[in-house]
Design a protein around this ligand. Structure first.
Ligand SMILES: Cc1cc2nc3c(=O)[nH]c(=O)nc-3n(C[C@H](O)[C@H](O)[C@H](O)COP(=O)(O)OP(=O)(O)OC[C@H]3O[C@@H](n4cnc5c(N)ncnc54)[C@H](O)[C@@H]3O)c2cc1C
Length: 397
């Protein structure tokens, strides 16, 4: 399968003239697009672990992962995480290859708690390696019985002298099985619910920590269920204060939830490019598919859905970079972009006809890639509840 066409690549940069961006953002997108066209294969191979490791190394060697961590002293591109840069990187990589986007995103999500709340020693130890692509990272929050209701997690960390002892399970952990560094959230019990959780750095190979199961999904990524049995972690590996782990997780998700919307945008833009290419070349009824108004209506709807989602996504990213709260804006962006991308990609599959469901065709791959984005980092229903809660704040009698 070919990379995205060059004329489509230029069109995909148009929105970077919007006032949310600075000139460096436009330059970043153009440079990454050119790099991805040469270095990121469009198809996934048969060994997803090896592909993912290779992508992390390539992204690190080219310097793109410096945007995934915060602090120039720790190998980061800037003093703080630049949400707009992360969104541009994810949107661009997703247009080229879902696994490349995943590899980038997980370096940021997995190390995000350290960038945002780590000690000096934790930052020095891990962030430069993550930014160079030498350490693969993972974010372990969800459990078999605590997904949407994540504050009900059961995985426990009991204090024992200068260490904590972890017991329990985590599941759906991206990069599980290939990561070197896991940021694990566990119940330390300072208070009930969300106020009794802490975050820990756990290295692969720590005694008492094992990969209980590798999980296959419709768009293959490294994914696993983790098991902790009497796993001792030095107290110095706790990130932030005891009992503050839930806040650390939510601060991390504030950045990366908006970036999920950006990845969805990248998938949707690629689907529109593919739809236009097919509609203008597929001959039928003495013309092309694009000659019919029914097709034009579909394309118009797809483009409008994409621009609406892009406006919401980059509003949220810009607002966070301005230091403002983005709870409502990030939820709107994630909901609109992921749900919209699903509709755009479905329309592209329809325009491709039988070929649209043939294994290996780009729109077929996109159809599988987009689905999980409506579920992870807060399902659409959870985003709806967040938006409504913000709307109703103070409005009830
Ligand atoms: C591919 C993939 C990668 C992932 N990677 C990670 C990772 O790296 N780290 C990590 O910690 N987790 C990860 N997850 C887990 C993910 O965050 C959870 O799947 C998600 O939070 C939903 O939890 P659940 O699967 O337990 O679904 P449940 O909590 O059982 O929810 C099921 C469905 O119920 C609906 N729902 C939820 N709440 C409400 C409500 N209040 N009202 C009405 N309906 C509701 C939603 O439609 C939801 O999809 C990943 C998941 C997937 C699929």
């Amino acid at each position: 399968m070919n990379p995205p066409r060059a004329d489509a690549a230029a069109a995909a940069l148009d929105h970077l003239d919007w006032p949310f961006f600075e000139p460096r953002h436009r330059a970043l997108a153009a440079e990454l697009d050119a790099w991805a066209a040469h270095h990121v294969r469009d198809v996934h191979g048969h060994d997803v672990d090896a592909d993912c490791r290779a992508l992390v190394r390539a992204l690190g060697a080219a310097g793109w992962l410096t945007h995934a961590v915060g602090g120039t002293a720790y190998g980061g591109a800037g003093d703080a995480i630049d949400t707009r840069a992360i969104c541009i990187l994810r949107e661009t990589l997703a247009r080229h290859n879902g696994l490349a986007d995943f590899a980038f995103a997980m370096q940021g999500l997995g190390s995000g708690a350290i960038s945002l709340a780590g000690t000096e020693a934790q930052k020095q130890a891990w962030l430069p390696r993550v930014a160079r692509g030498e350490t693969i990272s993972a974010f372990a929050l969800s459990e078999p019985d605590a997904g949407s209701d994540v504050a009900s997690m059961q995985c426990a960390a009991r204090r024992d002298g200068d260490a904590y002892v972890l017991d329990g399970e985590k599941t759906w952990i991206s990069n599980g099985g290939i990561a070197d560094l896991y940021v694990v959230f566990a119940r330390t019990g300072e208070a009930p619910g969300a106020r009794g959780i802490s975050a820990f750095i756990v290295q692969a190979g720590t005694p008492g920590f094992e990969i209980a199961e590798r999980i296959d999904v419709i768009a293959p990524h490294p994914l696993a269920r983790l098991r902790f049995r009497g796993c001792r972690v030095a107290a110095s590996q706790r990130i932030g204060e005891a009992g503050e782990g839930f806040k650390v997780a939510m601060r991390t998700l504030d950045v990366f939830r908006t970036s999920v919307a950006a990845a969805a945008l990248g998938f949707a833009r690629r689907a529109l490019e593919e739809a236009i290419a097919r509609a203008t070349s597929r001959r039928m009824f003495q013309g092309t598919l694009a000659d019919f108004q029914l097709t034009q209506a579909k394309l118009a709807q797809m483009a409008t859905t994409i621009d609406g989602a892009a406006l919401l996504t980059y509003r949220a990213a810009w607002q966070r970079d301005c230091g403002r709260t983005v709870t409502r804006e990030a939820a709107m962006a994630k909901m609109a972009a992921t749900e919209g991308a699903q509709q755009v990609i479905d329309a592209a599959v329809q325009l491709w006809g039988g070929l649209g469901v043939k294994s290996g065709v780009t729109v077929e791959r996109l159809y599988r890639e987009i689905r999980a984005l409506r579920i992870y980092e807060g399902a659409t229903e959870v985003q709806q509840l967040i938006i409504a809660r913000e709307l109703l704040k103070g409005a009830r009698a």
